[in-house]
Design a protein around this ligand. Structure first.
Ligand code: PLP
Length: 423
């Protein structure tokens, strides 16, 4: 694989260099300069492979950032979407949309929750969740409701969701932030109990079951169980952002199911539509009647094309046994990474390999954004989050052989990087 070494490598370096680049020197001068992009374009995909416009092939261990659940050009999904496009793409929510009910019913069956609202993205699902929490508070007489959020969290880039996000880089330049958030560290029960004792305005706890952008940091299952009990005791809503870790990625439909608990509010997006934009807020009995007619809405949300994508994605995951598959192949991948990096784990260059199923983070002891471009040059698509964490979130259809190939491509790059002197 001979992809060129991009000028901009890794999120941080790329953002810095592209901010400096004038529009004349950029290859997409009429597109606003908000992303650090690698200098190639993908033209088509098949299964877990994608090809760029120069004909180079890549093994896709990123899946459009945990989006392409069924990989590319899935033989069952493509005809279903073609059928839907030919019938009806969009109608507005002025009318009943039977596919919305079908997808909502399936999400309720899989989660044990009661109803869903559909939107178009993760941040929209989270905005809706924040509105539910505030209204839940107002309905019980709390005029200035507050929501507990987490260090290193990522919930989106709208003003409210970036305010809930626990990353100063995401917030910088966009103040004043939305008020009404209290921040605590992940997996620290004493910290949240302290808030419970002193803050009567709290109405909800809002966290990613497994933090994605913050570095693949799982909430401990016992911690989630304690949170559930605390929320019950305090009459708070437990709101679990499963935008990245939901829809089978960890080997269960939803990551919190490993802890045997249910949230009151669960925002979803990313993998639910296998690449067709979609978002959903799924709610249980304590939240189901909080929003009423006129409280919330969207033009595009829940349109027939996105709903069909959701219905078919869930059906194919079920039919093809992809939950068990994701758990099994995730274990193969983790095992291959642990074997391939055994010396680096022993020396401390690799701090930890963590995650669940096919959501895996490899934390290094040094910044490693450069690996994104080096991996692409080697024919592998990955990302790096939180400066030091390699993130692997491939399609759920990744085979065991492909999992071993991911490790075989990646481990030498990690070894080489760790052998370099620190810049
Ligand atoms: N929540 C989580 C956990 C995410 O990982 C993301 C995106 O990475 C979002 C919310 C925001 O989703 P979107 O980019 O679709 O707005």
């Amino acid at each position: 694989m001979n992809a060129p070494e991009p000028a901009a490598v890794g999120a941080a370096a790329a953002a810095a260099s592209s901010a400096a680049a004038s529009s004349a020197t950029r290859s997409m001068p009429h597109v606003m300069n908000t992303y650090g992009r690698l200098p190639f374009a993908l033209s088509h995909g098949q299964g877990c492979h994608v090809w760029d416009t120069e004909g180079r092939r890549y093994l896709d261990a990123l899946a459009g950032i945990a989006v392409n659940t069924l990989g590319h050009a899935h033989p069952k999904l493509v005809p279903a979407l073609q059928d839907q496009v030919a019938k009806l793409i969009h109608t507005s929510n002025y009318y009943e949309i039977p596919l919305q009910e079908e997808l909502a019913a399936k999400l309720c069956e899989l989660s044990g929750l009661e109803a869903a609202f559909f939107c178009n993205s993760g941040l929209e699902a989270n905005e809706g969740a924040l509105k539910i929490a505030r209204k839940f508070g107002h309905d019980k007489g709390i005029d200035r409701p507050e929501i507990i959020v987490y260090e290193r969290a990522f919930h989106g880039r709208s003003i409210a969701t970036l305010s809930a996000t626990g990353n100063p880089k995401v917030q910088a330049g966009f103040g004043p932030l939305v008020e009404g958030f209290v921040r605590v560290p992940m997996n620290d029960l004493a910290a949240i109990e302290q808030v419970a004792r002193h803050n009567p305005n709290v109405v909800a706890v809002f966290l990613e079951t497994i933090q994605g952008e913050g570095g693949v940091n799982p909430a401990r299952w016992e911690y989630l169980q304690s949170l559930r009990a605390l929320c019950d005791r305090q009459d708070w809503l437990l709101m679990l952002d499963e935008v990245q870790c939901g829809i089978g990625r960890t080997g269960k439909w939803f990551a919190h199911q490993w802890a045997g608990i249910q949230p009151d509010v669960m925002p979803l997006a990313k993998g639910l539509g296998s690449g067709v934009p979609i978002g959903a807020i799924v709610v249980g009995p304590r939240a189901v009647n909080v929003l009423g007619p006129g409280n919330h809405g969207t033009t595009f949300g829940g349109n027939p094309l996105a709903m069909r994508a959701g219905v078919e994605t869930l059906r194919i995951i079920e039919e093809d046994g992809l939950l068990a598959h994701a758990a099994k192949v995730g274990a193969v991948l983790c095992g291959a990474l642990e074997d391939g990096l055994a010396a680096e784990i022993a020396s401390g260059g690799v701090v930890q390999i963590r995650g669940a199923g096919l959501m895996i983070g490899i934390e290094l002891a040094r910044p490693c954004g450069v690996l994104v471009a080096r991996a692409a040059a080697a024919g592998l698509l990955i990302s790096v989050t939180a400066d030091k964490v390699i993130r692997i979130v491939p399609p759920l259809i990744l085979s065991a052989e492909q999992a071993r190939e991911v490790a075989a491509l990646l481990c030498p790059l990690v070894k080489d990087l760790l052998a370099e002197p620190l810049a």
